[in-house]
Design a protein around this ligand. Sequence first.
Ligand code: 5GP
Ligand code: ZN
Length: 109
Amino acid sequence: MCIFCKIVNAEIPNKTILEDENFLAFYDINPARKIHALIIPKEHYDSFDVIPPKIMAGMTEFIQKVASKLEVKKSGYRLITNIGDDGGQEVRHLHFHLMGGEPVGKLVR
Ligand code: 5GP
Ligand code: ZN
């Protein structure tokens, strides 16, 4: 079972931000910004690349609720998901990173 499935099953503890029947938002264990949340579907999908669009619609609504709860809607935030090897995805259970609480900078190399 993958590490995020273990979090969903409460085999690994997490700092929950918001939860409903299908989705879970919790704080990243190694935050890259002042606010760094991870948002996952409770059902396992390897990445964004394979999530059914209908489930993604529900996830979009859930992510918007997480942004409200974290009070970043006005100040703004970055939402990213890494996909596969070139995307730098380490945990192969779909997750969105929501980062904010400060200016997060440009996406440049
Ligand atoms: P990826 O590189 O796959 O997009 O991001 C994986 C993220 O999961 C990383 O930011 C990492 O800090 C976070 N992470 C890995 N293991 C755990 C864990 O057990 N608990 C929490 N809260 N975050 C984790
Ligand atoms: Zn999983």
